[in-house]
Design a protein around this ligand. Structure first.
Ligand SMILES: Nc1ncnc2c1ncn2[C@@H]1O[C@H](COP(=O)(O)OP(=O)(O)OP(=O)(O)O)[C@@H](O)[C@H]1O
Ligand SMILES: [Mg+2]
Length: 325
């Protein structure tokens, strides 16, 4: 097998928010992963576990509290202004909320054209043609260029966000829940559009989502986050067929199966209690308080990600004993 190029390497990434005296909210707390060029890495986990913060820190939109984000060999948090601009030409983000991420005072054409102007890619007629082309690419049309964001549906706005991200022909896109705000009927369309664009342009995605079946569909590998930590990481099929971390097992057991008979037979694993607060988190495994297998050790020492089978990483002290349970 030929060596694949690592486009992004995230090393011990931390992003803390200071939320009061002696109160540190550890949204991302020591996360490691690599993304190969042309692949999609999925990132899943409950609301508040730090997915968006991770995506924004990877994009350099947040200053990292610690750790590194190496993009094509260079740490993006060490870039000067000119290099940073070059990076924003190569990496883009599609935001979670299509309502607040588009400037309401700009026309759709100018929203899409903004990046083209900043990076001086095209001017005049060429710029215009490019905007039309992008609108058509995402399933909108030329006439939409002169309209304002409020004149569109949620699904259409998300498409505008995608067109804006694609306008400067990036290599890497963080897709932060690009479909959660959309009707189920259009979710598949937008995902298929992203997959098609990836094939055409050899794009690399960090795909953040709640919907596990959609993440499986689009991702080559998937990472599971829990309260600022990565608890499991594997190829998509492997993770869904053989989840090993007690948290992942519970998450997977909640995915509905289309076959009603199988659905009835399936055992759901409930996760007890609420997700604990990320403010001044307790030492030890972050999942320990909700884990029915937790021992004293789990409450004291934070487990490291460990490669259990090839390419399948798990952070759990008890993973070896629990493998067949
Ligand atoms: N700017 C901020 N200042 C303070 N705390 C923040 C800030 N942004 C996020 N947080 C906190 O960091 C934690 C992680 O938030 P984040 O938005 O990354 O979660 P998420 O996994 O994307 O959740 P969701 O699935 O709901 O989008 C949360 O506890 C959140 O309240
Ligand atoms: Mg989020």
């Amino acid at each position: 097998m030929e060596e694949r190029k690592v486009l992004i390497e995230v090393k011990d990434l931390k992003k803390y928010f200071n939320v009061g005296r002696h109160k540190m909210l550890k949204a991302v707390d020591g996360v490691n992963f690599k993304i190969y060029q042309g692949e999609t890495l999925g990132l899943v986990g409950e609301s508040g576990c730090g997915k968006t913060t991770c995506g924004k820190t990877v994009m350099g939109l947040y200053e990292a509290t610690g750790g590194q984000v190496i993009f094509d060999g260079v740490d993006i948090h060490s870039l000067n202004k000119k290099e940073k601009k070059e990076f924003t030409k190569r990496a883009q983000i599609i935001f979670q909320d299509p309502y607040s991420s588009l400037n309401p005072r700009m026309t759709v054409g100018d929203i899409i054209g903004e990046g083209i102007d900043i990076h001086k890619l095209y001017t005049g007629k060429e710029r215009q043609e490019k905007i039309y082309e992008l609108l058509e690419l995402v399933g909108l049309n030329k006439e939409h260029a002169l309209r304002f964001p409020h004149e569109f549906s949620g699904g259409q706005r998300q498409r505008i966000g995608i067109a804006r991200a694609l306008a400067i022909e990036p290599e890497f896109i963080v897709c932060d829940e690009p479909i959660s705000a959309l009707d189920v009927s259009i979710q598949a369309q937008v995902v298929n559009l992203l997959i098609e664009l990836q094939k055409k342009r050899n794009l690399t995605y960090l795909f953040i989502a709640h919907d596990l079946s959609m993440v499986k569909h689009i991702s080559d590998r998937v990472g599971v986050m829990y309260l600022g930590n990565m608890v499991e990481f594997a190829e998509s099929d492997e993770l869904y067929d053989h989840p090993l971390h007690p948290y992942t097992k519970a998450l997977m057991s909640a995915i509905p199966i289309p076959d009603p008979d199988e659905e009835k037979r399936k055992k759901r694993i409930p996760i007890e209690g609420e997700i604990p607060s990320p403010v001044n988190p307790k030492p030890g495994c972050r999942f320990a308080a909700r884990c029915r297998f937790a021992t004293e050790k789990c409450k004291q020492a934070t487990p490291e990600l460990e490669e259990i089978t090839q390419g399948h990483f798990v952070a759990c002290h008890r993973v070896r004993e629990l493998q067949d349970k």
